[in-house]
Design a protein around this ligand. Structure first.
Ligand code: DP6
Length: 334
């Protein structure tokens, strides 16, 4: 027999960015952060785990953490009986794929590790809840801890030295603000030159702006963002989201050597969105960029979302010969 579990996990996009670790091995963040989880249909990872074998540092950490918490498994009909200590020695085979570009700054590691941890936990019959599992996913990739939940999610700093309380908590579930529309413009699906892991290591070592941001700016923004989300105040939400994305990229420029994640098209998209908000007097749309040039844009409802998509296709037409759907991901049925 083969015991097998398959899971799908969505990616998440930070609206208050995680950038910088206070502990590299345990992956503990320098500042708290908040993300929105996308729905499963668009950007997700699918992972199947069965017993056989695997190598790789962060994978091994997650696997070890889960093995050690495994519980007895019994299926009398199939005659399967696995004792919890057996999980230590059984090999696992893992097959995983993303339905979106890997390492192009679309948080693929987040969906990947969340999915891996969740499927292994199901396979080994763990009793832990999503928050406790998020502390394991965090050790695969920091942002992965937030993909265990839908809706808006906060990654808390935690106080424990072993990192056990640095985990994800759901601020509001996916039904709370479900008219928000997210459109992603894949500006480039090239793999990024500087990974988040090495980029944030350089920022921690060299950027004074990062230290100031983590200590002084983010704690205030976390309170404001929490309130904007809970009261569905799109104007405040948009201001904070854009400001935090821009500050994150300013930290990248303040890093030695400087890191350039945005390209010309990203800058043009920022200008276009800023002009739109300026002309309306109050923010109608928001944008945020992770460690890559691809734009994640948010609109408060389908009407504004449709207008945004229409304008994007006009001002930033997809390269000739490509279907718009391969250029703009997200809800193209608007
Ligand atoms: C810019 O979670 O990919 O997307 O913990 O080293 O794996 P590691 O980094 P990762 O960093 C994500 C950085 C970001 C901001 C965010 O998602 O909060």
């Amino acid at each position: 027999w083969i015991l097998m579990t398959t899971a799908r996990a969505p990616t998440n996009i930070a609206v208050i960015k995680y950038w910088g670790k206070r502990d590299e091995t345990l992956i503990l963040p320098l500042n708290e952060n908040i993300s929105v989880t996308l729905d499963l249909d668009h950007l997700s990872a699918t992972t199947t785990v069965a017993e056989i074998s695997l190598s790789g540092g962060r994978f091994q950490t997650c696997l070890r953490e889960i093995r050690y918490r495994g519980e007895d498994f019994k299926d009398e009909k199939k005659g399967i009986c696995i004792k919890k200590e057996d999980w230590q020695t059984l090999h696992v085979h893992i097959a995983s794929f993303n339905n979106f570009p890997t390492a192009a700054g679309l948080a693929s590691s987040a969906a990947g590790f969340a999915c891996l941890v969740y499927s292994l936990a199901k396979l080994m019959n763990l009793k832990e809840n999503c928050s406790q599992l998020s502390a394991i996913a965090r050790q695969g990739s920091g942002s992965a801890c937030r993909s265990l939940y839908g809706g808006f999610v906060k990654w808390t700093m935690g106080n424990e030295l072993n990192g056990s309380d640095s985990l994800a908590v759901q601020l509001v579930d996916e039904t709370h603000w479900d008219d928000i529309v997210i459109i992603i413009a894949v500006v480039s699906s090239r793999q990024k030159d500087t990974s988040s892991t090495s980029g944030m290591r350089d920022s921690v070592e060299s950027s004074a702006l990062l230290q100031y941001r983590a200590k002084t700016i983010v704690p205030k923004r976390m309170i404001q963002m929490d309130k904007a989300i809970k009261t569905r105040d799109f104007a405040s939400f948009a201001k904070l989201t854009c400001a935090d994305s821009n500050q994150f990229h300013a930290v990248c420029l303040d890093t030695v050597p400087p890191i350039f994640y945005l390209n010309n098209t990203s800058h043009r998209i920022i200008n276009f969105m800023e002009r739109w908000n300026h002309n309306e007097g109050t923010p109608q749309v928001a944008y945020t960029f992770d460690a890559g040039p691809n734009a994640v844009m948010l609109a408060p409802n389908r009407k504004v979302g449709a207008l945004l998509l229409q304008r994007l296709l006009f001002y930033f037409p997809p390269p000739s010969g490509t279907e718009p759907t391969s250029y703009i991901l997200g809800d193209t049925s608007l």
